[in-house]
Design a protein around this ligand. Structure first.
Ligand code: GTP
Length: 372
């Protein structure tokens, strides 16, 4: 039983709502995922059959939180067009737009006027996490913290900023990436703030919560705690992580309330046409209206809507955007194919290549490897 279940006030399964606001930062440009993010903000990219953000919203709802504020900037209108007031999801969603991106700290400060409660859970909108939100909130309350950070223990902390804590869970410092990290606890991009702390972030200028706000709170002696666990965690910022995160959702390795009872080796939209002899593996997802010809093999791949894949193609660990056409017997490994691109028959594309939207590669094209 989770501590959220032990603590009656946080028991979402009983239908109780939690007196906490959720804030999601979705204003980034998602440059590492270009060209997928040229027109679509990263949190709206189709992931395991839904925009990524919808999985996070479902998790927030399942934790009993109903009021959500999205801090938007890049392509702000796309979010409201899709989610509206949130009522379809049983949520109340509000939107705050930054004319110029204010960074993570500035984005949090900018939603201050929309907050209704003394406590707000702030999420990076591109993190796939299996953490129990009720448990994180319970730690925040038990410690009477001003700020509680979700910290996750990872096998390779060298790639991330580390956050050591003392025996009581109090945060000692925030460290940049280092070759010799003193702890395997990393910042998981989910924070519980007491509201007055948000008021103290400077308004109307760019602020990084990681580089400026957190170190300053420590310096001021505020009660900053870590909630440490080993739950599923992935930053969806790169093509490799995006593909892996989507596959993990499809296979149930990462949990989403949207996919309960539907997990398996593949997830195919009912409107897609998949011919005989097609093999779909490794958490491959196939979007609306996509057609896959006989004898194709797709492994660990995300295929958006309206894609045509001709017979005999082999695709692994790749992202295929909407409207793409892939010719017969093409071989694509570890690539991102932009919207509407056409890949000729027998083409061989590998090693992290990115094909930009609308590009046409003739039959038999590109056999070399590239790290682009
Ligand atoms: P990259 O350009 O590929 O690094 O992606 P990104 O722009 O999303 O940046 P990053 O991954 O560091 O951002 C972490 C989270 O904060 C994401 O959910 C972003 O949408 C969000 N974010 C980043 N910058 C801003 C900002 O200026 N304003 C707001 N509201 N959110 C931001």
């Amino acid at each position: 039983m989770s501590s959220s279940e032990k603590n009656g006030s946080l028991d979402a399964s009983a239908g109780a709502s939690v007196d906490v606001d959720a804030v999601i930062l979705v204003g980034g440009k998602g440059t590492r995922l270009r060209p997928l993010t040229n027109n679509t903000p990263k949190p709206m990219l189709p992931t395991a059959g839904h925009p990524f953000l919808k999985h996070l919203l479902a998790r927030i709802k399942a934790a009993g939180i109903t009021h959500v504020v999205l801090g938007t900037s890049f392509k702000a209108e796309v979010f409201e067009d899709y989610f509206g007031d949130g009522s379809d999801l049983g949520l109340e969603i509000e939107y705050v737009v930054e004319d110029q991106p204010l960074g993570t700290g500035g984005g949090i400060r900018n939603v201050y006027d929309k907050l209704r409660h003394d406590t707000a859970v702030v999420f990076n909108g591109d993190v796939l996490s299996g953490a129990d939100l009720g448990d994180i909130l319970a730690t925040h309350r038990e410690k009477e913290a001003d700020l509680t950070m979700h910290l996750v223990r990872v096998a390779n902390p060298r790639a991330f900023g580390c956050v050591p804590t003392d025996a009581d869970g109090r945060v000692l410092e925030f460290l940049e990436k280092t070759e010799d990290p003193p702890t395997d606890q990393i910042n998981a991009g989910c924070y519980v703030f007491q509201r007055e702390l948000i008021a103290s972030i400077p308004a109307d200028r760019v602020v990084s919560v990681e580089r400026e706000t957190f170190p300053q709170l420590l310096q001021e002696g505020r009660r900053v705690y870590g909630h440490v666990d080993t739950s599923y965690w992935r930053d969806m910022g790169t093509p490799q992580d995006f593909v892996r995160g989507s596959s993990d959702l499809v296979r149930g390795i990462a949990f989403s309330p949207l996919l309960e009872g539907q997990t398996g080796e593949e997830l195919v939209d009912p409107s897609a046409g998949v011919r005989d002899g097609v093999i779909l593996l490794g958490g491959t997802v196939v979007g609306r209206g996509t057609e896959i010809g006989a004898g194709c093999r797709l492994d660990g791949t995300v295929v958006f809507d309206g894609v045509t894949i001709e017979p005999g193609a082999f695709i692994e660990n790749s992202i295929i955007s909407s409207g793409v056409r892939i010719g017969a017997n093409a071989h694509i490994s570890g690539c991102v194919i932009g919207e509407g691109a056409q890949i000729g028959a027998r083409c061989e594309l590998s090693s992290g290549m990115r094909v930009f939207p609308g590009v046409v590669i003739p039959d038999g094209g590109i056999r070399f490897s590239s790290d682009q």
